[in-house]
Design a protein around this ligand. Structure first.
Ligand code: ZN
Ligand code: CA
Length: 343
């Protein structure tokens, strides 16, 4: 699993454009679900395309460390005198009323703000200028905001471009997007098509209008293909244009596959109880000392608590943690143990 640290630059001229941390976290959640094919609407992929649908095994985490090594929420907020940003990249320049990019070898830069001309978002492609690298998304289609483009798929789509994907119709009549398992189609899809939409001899399935790289409304897209996933992941290989990001340690990342469900009877090194926790979490080591450090992460993979345990049973106060899902990791182990805060 590839984990990409993310910084979100929030540019606001009016208060409504100063989007909340919750809205930003909702967007990160959507990205993780879409790129891991854990999106709830994955089941809506038509049967004929289902075997082509891919878990791209790419995940996104708000940065926990800024370029100077200081702790960060991964969110930068800046008031601007600019009413509307264009697609001229001024939003990426502090001098021009935007906010400078963080090191593109270590972060995916996302800018949100008010965009002119009905633009929902745009992306830089791999191999461009590092200070312009990243994606720009209009503030009111970032996250789960409702409406035709209110399910956060503008960011899913633009990050697809940032990872080298082209539009599914190849940007020309029956064009080629360079991906074998996406059928040709005559033009972008609009709105929310259904059934088989035939064009460009693309029988039997017709157009793959539910692909994230089409122009279909958010609620009617639900997949990347295996070919698209492979193309995105190739960028991270040795010599690939996104390879440097693999060694970025600017976010705390827990690949989801390493999470151990406490309900499963797997022999773990610790036991957590009660789970859900209401304010105190007891942690019992099943091994001999020394016990060492444990780190508690929130559902975005950000460390929220770090503790040194010297007894085989520890009582950890979780009273300061909001309700939700958390993970505990022991020492340098890659395993993470899930628990829930519910009070
Ligand atoms: Zn596009
Ligand atoms: Ca194709």
């Amino acid at each position: 699993v590839i984990v990409i640290p993310v910084v979100v630059h929030v540019l606001y001229n009016k208060e409504e454009q100063n989007i909340s941390a919750d809205q930003i976290r909702a967007q990160i959640d959507i990205l993780n679900k879409d790129y891991r094919r854990q999106n709830a609407d994955a089941q809506l992929t038509p049967e004929v395309f289902r075997d082509l649908a891919a878990d791209a095994r790419i995940e996104f985490r708000l940065a926990s460390e800024d370029p100077k090594g200081m702790p960060t929420s991964g969110i930068v907020r800046k008031k601007t005198t600019i009413d509307f940003f264009g697609t001229d990249d001024r939003i990426k320049s502090s001098r021009m009323g935007g906010d400078d990019a963080w090191d593109a070898d270590q972060y995916l830069n996302i800018w949100t703000g008010n965009l002119a001309g009905g633009v929902l978002g745009y992306a830089s492609l791999p191999g461009g200028s590092p200070d312009k690298d990243g994606v720009v998304i209009r503030y009111n289609v970032f996250g789960n905001t409702g409406g035709a483009f209110g399910k956060g798929r503008t960011a899913t789509h633009e990050i697809g471009h940032w990872l080298g994907l082209r539009h599914i119709w190849g940007d020309t009549r029956c064009g080629d997007d360079g991906i074998d398992d996406t059928p040709p189609q005559v033009a972008p899809s609009r709105g929310c098509p259904s059934g088989v939409q035939a064009s460009c001899d693309n029988a039997p399935g017709g157009s793959m209008y539910m692909n994230f790289m089409d122009f279909t409304n958010d609620e009617c897209t639900n997949m990347f293909t295996l070919g698209q996933a492979q193309k995105m992941r190739l960028l991270f290989n040795e010599g690939g244009l996104r390879h440097a990001l693999l060694s970025s340690a600017r976010a705390d990342g827990i690949p989801l596959e390493d999470v151990i469900d406490p309900a499963a009877p797997a022999p773990g090194e610790i036991k957590l109880y009660p789970n859900p926790s209401t304010g105190t979490l007891n942690l019992r080591f099943n091994a001999d000392p020394p016990y060492g450090d444990i780190v508690i992460y929130n559902h975005l993979g950000q460390a929220v608590k770090q503790l040194r345990i010297t007894e085989s049973v520890a009582h950890i106060s979780t009273i300061d943690l909001a309700n939700g899902v958390y993970y505990v990791r022991v020492g340098s182990s890659k395993r993470a143990y899930k628990f829930i805060m519910a009070r």
